[in-house]
Design a binder for this molecule. Structure first.
Ligand SMILES: [Zn+2]
Length: 497
């Protein structure tokens, strides 16, 4: 039995050590009772009076105004801990566990404090007490906080589940008016549906998207938002599964509640044509550009000029190779660089790729990518993250030096790691909010990298890299790196921020 009943005084050790601190907290969690701090304090005071415990301090905190991400410092909580450290407090009295702890690491602080101070009990006014001098009591306290954390995680999952249910019922996604339908997303707008059908039919028999777009724009046909059609725009529109009456969610297809405009057969014919890369589908930037760093990311370390992708064609005894080179003159014959620096593209790109992906593994990156205005919140999150990581290290030290027992250590470590994971998820969420990153759901940037197009990769590199400088020197062939004759020492990556 891990819980001690407060009403049974024989189970409270050291009866005379009853100096009690009342902690109250106005939390953001509005479903709970006794929201008002004064009510909480009164409840605790009555409870203490009943037990005949002297209340030596009352500590009310208000974190209602704290934002979603930031963990506003709990001033009164800190004052209370200071009193605990001074040996003034034996019992912390609260109305319920989540009042005291939203974060496991805070509980761990107190568990450690209990070992070196006169603090002994955490007690809630509903009569549950946690004896911090026993492994059972510690275990029970950890469980209680764990449960509170789980509950709050469930609440956010509930919202996701709702979205999934809507998708499975084929309900509209929301967002702007889809071309071919009214704003409700359900009613066909016949004039536009006719355009979709015409475009599909003409494309299937071999007309190019470019021709279609020219024709449509000339005939005064406009997009759903009243703009001129662009090639990519038409291509994307035509292949939307919405037009064959399919609601997509998380990679799954569900029958939509709106009527189709095209048949699945038409969709498949268009898709086949797109995949065969026949003329008409624009290759786009991804298909034509071969160089990750072209377009303002790579510079000559000798003259400072921008370098360009420059393939060397196969010649006798030499195979073709992609490389970057410093341009000496521009297309008009003006001198713009030294023209002396060359570097093979593949190892440079590999080096940059790995450095960038490693950078994205670092939670600090989230600050850089934060939407304008959210930077402070993200910075707070990162701080918390690092504090929690430090805490795990501290736990290891505490265990090694005998401050924690093995059981306490294992429990505490699990819990601290869960807390780290929690922050990781918040950071990942924040990161996904950046429109620029455009990482598919459930994928890390690292995972997305291999399947994404070059344009996306360039964008990702551009998010964190100011420029890559090719430093002159390093005799080719003198050093091998990843199977290339290449010396990474002579590439300098300059990071943003
Ligand atoms: Zn140069």
């Amino acid at each position: 039995m891990s819980l001690l009943s407060v009403s049974s005084p024989t189970l409270v050790p050291h009866q005379r050590l009853c100096d009690t601190a009342i902690y109250a907290r106005l939390s953001r969690d509005r479903q709970r009772l006794s929201e008002n701090v004064n009510i909480q304090i009164a409840e605790c005071q009555a409870f203490a009076d009943e037990q005949g415990w002297p209340v030596v301090g009352v500590f009310p905190d208000d974190d209602v105004s704290a934002s979603k991400f930031s963990k506003k410092p709990r001033d009164q909580y800190e004052l209370m801990l200071a009193a605990v450290r001074r040996g003034e407090i034996n019992i912390i009295l609260i109305t319920e566990m989540p009042r005291l702890y939203r974060r496991m690491e805070e509980l761990l602080d107190v568990i450690r404090l209990a070992e070196t101070t006169k603090l002994r009990l955490l007690i809630t006014t509903d009569g549950i007490s946690y004896d911090l001098s026993t492994a059972e009591g510690i275990h029970a306290a950890i469980n209680a906080v764990n449960n509170a954390m789980l509950e709050s995680a469930r609440t956010s999952k509930r919202i996701k589940r709702k979205q999934a249910v809507r998708a499975k019922q084929g309900k509209v996604h929301g967002g702007g008016r889809p071309y071919g339908y009214e704003a409700d997303g359900l009613t066909i707008r016949e004039s536009e549906a006719e355009v979709i059908r015409e475009a599909a039919e003409r494309f299937i028999i071999g007309e190019s998207c470019r021709d279609l777009v020219c024709d449509f724009n000339a005939r005064g046909i406009r997009t759903a938002t009243g703009k001129l059609w662009r090639i990519e725009n038409l291509q994307r529109t035509l292949l939307k599964k919405r037009y064959i009456g399919v609601r997509e969610y998380d990679g799954q297809e569900y029958p939509a509640e709106w009527p189709a405009i095209l048949t699945r057969e038409q969709w498949e014919q268009m898709e086949a044509r797109r995949l065969s890369r026949s003329h008409g589908w624009p290759k786009g930037k991804t298909g034509t550009r071969k160089y990750l760093l072209s377009g303002g990311l790579i510079y000559c370390g000798r003259c400072g000029g921008e370098m360009v992708g420059n393939g060397r064609t196969a010649e006798s005894g030499r195979s073709a190779v992609l490389r970057y080179r410093c341009r000496r003159t521009d297309n008009h014959g003006n001198t713009i660089g030294c023209g002396k620096t060359f570097r093979i593209a593949a190892p440079v790109e590999l080096l940059v790729k790995e450095a960038v992906l490693t950078a994205f593994d670092d939670p600090k990156i989230a600050v850089l990518l934060a939407p304008k205005g959210d930077e402070d919140q993200i910075r707070e999150l990162v701080k918390t993250y690092e504090a929690r990581k430090a805490k795990v290290d501290q736990l290891v030290t505490d265990y090694a030096t005998g401050v924690l027992t093995r059981e306490q250590f294992i429990l505490a470590k699990q819990v601290a790691e869960a807390a780290i994971q929690e922050i990781r998820e918040l950071l990942a969420q924040a990161q996904q909010q950046t429109a620029l990153a455009q990482v598919p759901a459930n994928q890390s940037i690292r995972e997305a990298w291999d399947t994404a197009g070059l344009a996306w990769r360039q964008k990702i590199v551009g998010l964190v890299v100011e420029k890559v400088v090719i430093v002159p020197g390093g005799r080719p062939g003198s050093k091998t790196w990843r199977g290339f004759r290449f010396d990474p020492e002579f590439v300098r990556i300059e990071w943003k921020a």
